[in-house]
Design a protein. Structure first.
Length: 207
């Protein structure tokens, strides 16, 4: 597997999908969401496509679940059983960006958390965090949970208005690389996201 990066978040709706789309676009990578919970609007893969990742670089999900909630419960509501063996890394000769769901400790099944999957994959993880109130606690807890499972952490990426103290504090206390920040965008398009990513991050940090 070449240049595989896993994207997780400190919580739901922290901008993880937009970051993953931007990263996949910049790296010319394949994008994979192992489990999609909630199909309104086509799911995260549809958002990634709208943000410029070509359809032939969006790999099919292992599971597409109807109910927008934690995969373990969504699968039960749909009458399905998630088989962890189907969540092995997909074969590809391209760089790969994988997007998790919600946060690192979201249950995949009643016995398996996303962080456990990350440990199995043993690929570097980017933690996406808000810059708003509560982000220090959420970020440090997420990083501790990943480290407890020996998951390699590439760094932390922020989303939102600049908050220098919070960003610096998290990076310093957790001893993780501060990769950069995506600002809130008035208009979210492939062009504006790509430009914001190019301004806020260094490509070499992901290669």
């Amino acid at each position: 597997m070449t240049n595989t990066i896993v994207v997780t978040g400190t919580d739901t709706d922290v901008g993880k999908t937009i970051f993953a789309a931007a990263l996949a676009g910049i790296l010319r990578a394949d994008y994979w969401k192992p489990i999609q919970s909630g199909l309104d609007g086509g799911g995260d893969a549809s958002t990634v496509a709208r943000l410029g990742v070509p359809a032939d670089r969006i790999l099919p999900e292992a599971y597409r679940l109807k109910t927008p909630c934690s995969p373990h419960l969504s699968a039960e509501i749909d009458g399905l059983e998630i088989d962890a063996e189907r969540l092995s890394l997909p074969p590809t000769s391209n760089p790969l960006v994988i997007e998790g769901a919600g946060g690192a400790l979201v249950p995949v099944t009643r016995q398996l958390l996303y962080a456990d999957l990350f440990a199995r994959w043993a690929k570097p993880v980017v933690v996406v965090a808000r810059t708003s109130l509560g982000t220090i606690n959420h970020s440090l807890l997420t990083i501790e949970a990943l480290r407890a499972r020996a998951v390699p952490i590439l760094g932390i990426a922020f989303n939102g208005e600049a908050n220098e103290d919070s960003e610096m504090t998290i990076s310093s206390l957790a001893s993780v690389k501060r990769l950069g920040r995506l600002p809130r965008l008035a208009l979210v398009t492939s062009d504006t996201v790509r430009a914001a990513f190019s301004d806020g991050f260094r490509l070499e940090d992901f290669q």
